[in-house]
Design a protein around this ligand. Sequence first.
Ligand code: 5GP
Length: 193
Amino acid sequence: MRELEERIRNEGTVRAGDVLKVDAFLNHQCDVGLFDRMGSAWAAHFAGKRITKILTIEASGIGIACVAARHFGDAPVVFAKKAQSINLDGDQYTTTVYSFTKQREFPVIVAKKYLNAGDHVLLIDDFLANGKALRGLIDLCMAAGATVEGIGIAVEKGFQGGGDALRAEGYDVDSLAIVESMDPKTGDITFRH
Ligand code: 5GP
């Protein structure tokens, strides 16, 4: 998606440790018009697939998933929680994920009543790096007996390999911008096409 690549090139900053910051439109301030066009791009890619639910993970995935849902017949959006809370009641599916940005493990939790065996799920997230967050969401879907129909990602860092590993396993991963390389010294970013 050219528009997303341009925004990353113009407004993104490359940090040491393979971190790309895109707070100006994705991770802090949200460009809802851009989210809408991202949703439209995923809808075109996944046209023909039956999506009954969108599953994402807090926090940055939520806004993107909710706007994208408008392009999938207002499919309900469920976001996995990253911490236990007294607000989470009843039976839950839980797994553990290692966070690339926080450099620690955290739980990933969905209440059983919101993820079911009959669900055809589109996973959505802001970033795909090593794929740990998505593996957690896939684990939850498997525990529920739900079908993962596809994975929509805004920014994949292709050089970290998580996306290609998932594709090799047969998952349909649609990343709207794939960063092939980025240099924290010069700020140069190249994309895969
Ligand atoms: P993974 O689990 O694929 O290694 O990392 C994906 C998760 O880590 C995403 O949910 C995202 O929140 C975060 N993440 C990974 N790399 C980056 C990055 O370069 N920039 C930002 N903003 N988030 C990242």
